[in-house]
Design a protein. Structure first.
Length: 483
């Protein structure tokens, strides 16, 4: 077991990596009664009065300089324990941890702050803990106070702060101390939307300056949009280490384990009652075999209930395409083979820009399209989704996926909230990096035109409702017409 927090690059990949974790484990001894701890000390190992609890077991990952990654998982999976080991608060029971440079850590709310001290005193206290002199912290103080935006409360004891004020100050201090590695544990969930925007802007600036960032969060959209990679933990073990989008899809599969038995039972009844036959429109266009991409190297995240067997992206003429003019329509074709009985299939497309921001996501449930109900194992479901690409010129990736919803919930879909539907939906198969395409400027009469500003076009209208020349300024106004 070792933990190196120096800056010797020879121990960690010639300085390429800010963090290297190798086979890290953390074990705790759990006693049923407090007095058993004392008794254990006198037994000299002859009898074990405790049971072992592995908070972490054989976890390994690397983080390069200037990269961002997330550690995700269900409650109790070991995420916060891993951050505390990286921060030096805990020592691993086994394994090696190499951290190059100064670490700034924003762990659970309250850590590192003395509640009896004022905000100002805690700023200097945190600087001292990190080895920063008082004079250096004084030079940073105005920047910290400006970012925290808590005004006169800076000279009040922090025990009087609201959670929002507390995290403002803690985040401001942590990100202003020239850290090489920044660790953040759920802290951004406390602030309002304006503060979160401010925080992510600061984090992006730090990342561009070469700071490495590790984020623990249950906000999966934030993980996908801010982090390139992620480590998925479950019961202390590392289940996945790779692209953030794929890690999130695998996390969702963990979250739905309790649903599978109920959905399987209902689906068996539904498929017995359903009429056998073909669902779909006779003569519906389907691309030629040559239009479909090779799926052999495309990652599929599945619970083994379904698999994607075909995927194509076509233009308005039905030909395969990888580039589209702004405002033109792209057609996404997918086919899934069912490996288990299901009730209502729901499938859709999600589009992200080159910064990982979700630009568009819509499925057959949101389109309220006609669906088959009660499909047995062995069925193949074909799906077409047309999307008008009224988005900014640039490069995009897209994701496709298939989920299922119980028939009764589908019939009641208009009375259920999005949250209710989400918790009743079973994810079957997702392709988090299904493909990519480009959007170019719109061509009119041989000239390039921009049809809107910003990431996406929004429905609406625009019109003049009047104009007055100087010669008419003194005339009585005409009575207003009904809109």
């Amino acid at each position: 077991m070792s933990s190196d927090r120096g800056t010797n690059p020879s121990t960690s990949g010639q300085g390429e990596y800010s963090v290297r974790v190798r086979g890290v484990s953390k074990i705790y001894h759990l006693y049923d009664r407090p007095q058993d701890r004392l008794r254990q000390a006198f037994l000299w190992g002859r009898k074990k009065l405790y049971r072992d609890f592995w908070a972490l077991r054989d976890v390994s990952f690397d983080l390069k300089r200037g990269e961002t990654m997330a550690i995700i998982g269900r409650n109790g999976s070991g995420k916060s324990t891993m951050l505390q080991i990286l921060a030096g608060v805990l020592q691993p029971s086994a394994g090696e941890v190499f951290v190059n440079g100064r670490v700034g850590a924003l762990l659970e709310l309250g850590s590192g702050f003395n509640p009896e001290y004022t905000g100002r005193e805690n700023v200097y206290l945190n600087g001292a803990i990190l080895g920063i002199s008082r004079s250096q912290m004084e030079r940073r103080f105005d920047e910290i106070l400006s970012f925290a935006d808590i005004g006169q409360f800076i000279d009040q004891p922090v025990k009087t702060y609201s959670s929002g004020m507390f995290v403002r100050l803690a985040f401001a201090v942590t990100t202003c101390v020239d850290a090489d590695v920044l660790l953040i544990d759920e802290a951004l969930a406390v602030g309002d939307v304006f503060f979160r925007q401010k925080c992510y802007d600061r984090l992006e600036t730090l990342r561009q300056q070469g700071v490495s960032i590790i984020l623990v969060s249950h906000a999966m959209n934030d993980v996908e949009q801010f982090c390139r990679g992620a480590v998925l933990l479950d019961r202390g073990r590392e289940l996945f280490n790779g692209p953030a989008g794929e890690a999130v899809r695998r996390y969702y599969l963990l979250e739905q384990e309790h649903l599978e038995q109920a959905v399987a039972s209902a689906a068996a009844t539904s498929t017995r009652e359903a009429d056998e036959g073909y669902f779909g429109q006779t003569g519906e266009f389907w691309p030629a075999p040559g239009a479909f991409v090779d799926l052999s190297d495309v990652t599929q995240v599945s619970n083994d209930w379904a698999r994607c067997t075909a995927l194509a992206l076509c233009d308005e003429t039905g030909r395969p395409a990888g580039s589209f003019e702004q405002g033109s329509t792209a057609s996404f074709f997918t086919e899934y083979e069912l490996l288990r009985d299901i009730e209502v299939p729901i499938t859709g497309v999600l589009i992200q820009n080159d910064k990982g921001i979700i630009i568009h996501g819509k499925n057959s449930l949101q389109h309220d399209t006609e669906v088959p109900i009660g499909l047995p194992a062995g069925s193949r479901v074909r799906f077409r989704q047309d999307i008008a690409l009224e988005i900014a010129p640039g490069e995009y990736t897209f994701e496709v996926g298939l989920v299922t919803l119980p028939g009764g919930d589908y019939q009641q879909r208009h009375t259920l909230s999005h949250v209710d539907l989400h918790h009743r939906t079973l994810r079957l198969c997702h392709l988090p990096t299904a493909g990519h395409f480009a959007v170019t400027f719109n061509l009119r009469h041989g000239k390039t035109h921009l049809i809107h500003y910003g990431a996406a076009n929004l429905p609406g209208n625009c019109r003049f409702v009047g104009a007055t020349s100087p010669a008419l300024m003194n005339r009585p106004a005409e009575p207003a017409a009904n809109p």
